[in-house]
Design a protein around this ligand. Structure first.
Ligand code: PGA
Length: 250
């Protein structure tokens, strides 16, 4: 049985005081018995404080990125053990903003995934095509490359500890959501790839989130699709009511 997981990616928003306010409001709105796993991913500077505020709740904590190296002369970088030490259980890897703005390659993302798993962190592995790639008919080959290179040398046992997030780049922060049918088509394609790479029985158990302009008013339909197992939410997670409004119907 696949788990439904809704994660909020705060991106470069919310200083420490704002983070305290937001997470306190989210805690008040989310029902402890909710059978959906909710995760918040604040900026690095708020992780430790948010972690303390989430103690005794079942809301998960994730970082938005990490370095593929353990330690050393990597100015400005944050390691897996550092985010782990402040209470993270999850880490978003391969987000399209990291790929496009910061030039992260499939190979780098693969090494980060390995490092996260080594440190018992659950990677939320993001993939997705640009509008240009979709319109030129390259969508499936782009997704296939991202999946195969990102999961290079990752065992079935390791993948079973991960979450995959399909986020079409053209839907991120644009207000343009993929239609439930468009999203379902790609999710089924990704699950098919995982079935080829591992086994179909195994692929059935992998949680695949959808991301890209998910809001309370479109979440239910998107998450109602057979291969969509949750959401990775950007803009709408910055307000407690809208984040909770996605988690609850999920
Ligand atoms: P969005 O961002 O919900 O603002 O489109 C999603 C994401 O980048 O994860």
């Amino acid at each position: 049985m696949r788990k439904t997981v809704v994660a909020g990616n705060w991106k470069m928003n919310k200083d420490l005081n704002e983070s305290i306010t937001l997470v306190s409001e989210i805690k008040n709105l989310l029902d402890e018995n909710n059978n959906v796993k909710a995760i918040v991913c604040p900026p690095f500077t708020s992780l430790e404080t948010v972690s303390a505020l989430l103690k005794d709740t079942n809301i998960g904590l994730g970082a938005q990125n990490m370095c593929s190296e353990d330690s050393g002369a990597f100015t400005g970088a944050i390691s897996a053990s550092m985010i782990k030490s402040v209470g993270c259980q999850y880490v978003i890897l391969g987000h399209s903003e990291r790929r496009t703005i910061f030039g992260e390659t499939d190979e780098l993302i693969n090494s980060k995934i390995k490092k996260a798993l080594e440190n018992s962190l659950i990677p939320i592995f993001c993939i997705g095509e640009t509008l240009e790639e979709r319109e030129s008919g390259e969508m499936k080959s782009v997704i296939e490359r991202q999946v195969k290179k990102g999961l290079n040398e990752i065992s079935a046992d390791q993948l079973s500890q991960m979450i995959v997030a399909y986020e079409p780049v053209w839907a991120i922060g644009t207000g343009k959501t993929a239609s439930p049918e468009q999203a379902q088509e790609v999710h089924a394609f990704i699950r098919g790839l995982l079935a080829e790479m591992y086994s179909s029985e195994f692929a059935q158990n992998v949680t695949i989130q959808y991301g890209g302009s998910v809001k309370p008013d479109n979440a239910k339909e998107l998450l109602g699709q057979p291969d969509i197992d949750g959401a990775l939410v950007g803009g709408a997670c910055l307000k407690a009511e809208s984040f909770a409004g996605i988690v609850k119907p999920a």
